[in-house]
Design a protein around this ligand. Structure first.
Ligand SMILES: Cc1cc2nc3c(=O)[nH]c(=O)nc-3n(C[C@H](O)[C@H](O)[C@H](O)COP(=O)(O)OP(=O)(O)OC[C@H]3O[C@@H](n4cnc5c(N)ncnc54)[C@H](O)[C@@H]3O)c2cc1C
Length: 524
């Protein structure tokens, strides 16, 4: 039996900063349907704390933001993509402010803070540490003002529908039924994949669905080995892996090992403000040296009222777990935070599949290179969301994007649950990724991971029709792609650190590429 179907002009999969900004750009051009896997506000965007980087302060310049981004990317940024980010960013932020975004101010002037690896104070923030929530609020309000934008929440995209090399829709699980949604253009904005690791700052939705779905459809994926690990998440067995923003170190918080000793100056000239990968590895090294499961973030020397005012969300969350950050040092350890690689796109969000576009964390425009500069991803969602929307609309207006009259049955699948223990496999996978494909990798650890994944590869082809099942399938796929790319890159660059190849290695300025039915390889 054919599954029910729906037709729209534009299908946007994801309702974080990127998906919403795409939808707003497309709204005047036709009907737009936005899908979210959970409730609308369950996204990484909603949880983003520190802020959004933009060269708007009197002391800053676009060219300095450019230099800082390139430097953090450790030689692998696409320079053109970075230039677009920093040059178009200020306009997009001004636009957001005109739509009602309330960034914190000092008097009448916008207030900018410092974060690691930025050489200027350029991080805008809102209500102290609730920047993502404010951006999401404003974008939702703006999107709601367009009657052409509709939404399906709790709509789990299972797969893309590709016909004659053109993406014409997606099959989506809504409640208990699978529907085929056909569109003239499909935009993936499904966010990241942090959930493939047992320690992560990412919300539950971040299971890498968009990356796996695109891979199954034949999309080119690049730079999958580059995972950014955030140095400081709350470490307490009773508490969630809650992020303690980089901005805390920007405001003067220091790291101490469990013996109370400051250690960052021994590892990097920028001490607490060194790039994330350097801080993360320094913390890991101290944890190993002191045989501890965490280090401390110390704010106790800072003004108490300032801390409560500047980091209200972090202050109150830690208090819920009986940690008063103004009075005591906070136990912290690193966690997976951001994936720099993903679905390859041009600077206009086009993928290698006609009719399929991607924006935000799921995409790889090359803007972050081997290591993302803190607070550049919300900006990326805005800048590349708008550009991708414009390109998708041009594509449709070009006239080659009509939905076929006789739409195919799509790839809606009647899944059968096999005897796989989904929860147990998911948990083993996440642990394996943390231990073997984590902050420090080597041939042996990656080979163990590859073997384990290879032994379970039938899961990657299984037709699951329930959320936990298809998430597992997607997580396995993403994990395998990360491990394979990490094995290929025999060198250490940016966030990818191999203990057996500490130098940059051969081919280091190339990018790893993965595509269905092909082994990982290098591209320029
Ligand atoms: C705790 C935390 C703090 C952060 N702090 C900052 C910061 O201060 N500054 C900064 O620049 N960046 C920060 N980041 C990173 C930044 O928040 C994200 O990179 C960015 O918000 C990603 O936006 P996005 O629109 O690509 O994805 P998201 O905001 O994650 O949205 C993804 C959307 O896709 C939907 N989706 C996923 N899978 C499916 C599916 N199968 N079917 C249908 N829908 C699906 C989800 O429901 C969701 O709506 C932080 C991230 C985290 C986790």
């Amino acid at each position: 039996m054919k599954p029910p179907l729906k037709k729209v002009d534009f299908l946007v999969i994801g309702g974080g900063v990127a998906g919403l900004r795409v939808a707003i750009e497309l709204a005047p051009k036709g009907s737009v349907l936005v899908l979210t896997k959970d409730k609308l506000t369950e996204s990484s965007t909603e949880y983003a704390q520190g802020g959004v980087a933009v060269a708007l302060s009197d002391e800053d310049e676009v060219s300095i933001h450019y230099e800082d981004t390139i430097k953090a990317g450790d030689g692998l940024c696409r320079e053109k993509a970075v230039r677009i980010l920093v040059e178009e960013g200020p306009g997009l932020i001004r636009e957001l402010i005109s739509w009602g975004a309330a960034f914190d101010r000092e008097g009448s002037k916008l207030s900018f803070t410092m974060e690691a690896a930025h050489s200027r104070k350029r991080i805008l923030h809102s209500r102290g540490d609730a920047t993502g929530r404010e951006i999401e609020r404003v974008l939702i309000k703006k999107a709601r003002s367009f009657p052409s934008i509709s939404r399906y929440d709790f709509a789990n995209t299972l797969d893309l529908i590709v016909q004659d090399g053109r993406c014409i829709g997606a099959s989506v699980l809504r409640g208990d039924s699978v529907i085929n949604i056909f569109a003239k253009a499909v935009i993936l904005a499904t966010g990241g994949a942090g959930q493939v690791y047992s320690r992560t700052t990412n919300p539950m939705i971040a299971t890498g669905d968009g990356i796996a779905i695109a891979h199954r459809a034949g999309a080119l994926l690049v730079d999958m080995e580059f995972i950014q690990f955030h140095p400081t998440t709350l470490y307490s067995p009773a508490a969630p892996q809650f992020l303690l923003s980089e901005a805390m170190r920007g405001e003067g918080a220091v790291l101490r090992n469990i013996d109370g000793k400051k250690f960052m100056p021994e590892y990097h000239e920028m001490a607490e403000l060194a790039p994330r990968d350097a801080v993360t590895r320094a913390i890991l090294s101290e944890m190993i040296k002191t045989k501890a499961k965490h280090v401390y973030l110390d704010l106790t020397h800072m003004d108490k009222d300032f801390i409560k005012r500047r980091f209200p969300r972090i202050y109150s969350t830690c208090l819920q777990y009986n940690i008063d950050i103004t009075e005591e040092m906070v136990p912290v350890s690193p966690a997976a935070h951001y994936i720099m690689g993903g679905v390859y796109t041009t600077i206009d969000g086009e993928t290698n599949i006609r009719g399929l576009f991607a924006a935000g964390e799921v995409a790889c425009t090359g803007v972050h290179g081997a290591n993302r500069l803190a607070s550049n991803s919300l900006l990326e969602g805005l800048v590349y969301g708008a550009r991708t929307g414009r390109k998708a609309s041009e594509y449709v207006q070009g006239g080659n994007a009509e939905i076929p009259h006789d739409v195919p049955n799509g790839c809606a699948q009647n899944g059968t649950m096999s005897d796989i223990d989904i929860e147990k496999t998911r948990s083993s996978l996440r642990q394996l990724m943390w231990e073997r494909v984590g902050i420090i990798r080597c041939q042996d650890s990656l080979s163990v991971a590859k073997k384990w994944l290879g032994g379970k590869d039938m899961i990657m082809d299984m037709p699951f029709n329930d959320r936990r099942g298809f998430e597992l399938k997607n997580m396995m796929t993403v994990a395998a792609l990360i491990a394979e790319s990490a094995l290929l890159r025999r060198g250490s660059v940016g966030a990818h650190f191999r203990s057996d190849y500490r130098e940059r290695g051969e081919n280091w300025q190339k990018h790893t590429a993965c595509q269905k039915d092909r082994a990982a390889d290098w591209i320029d």
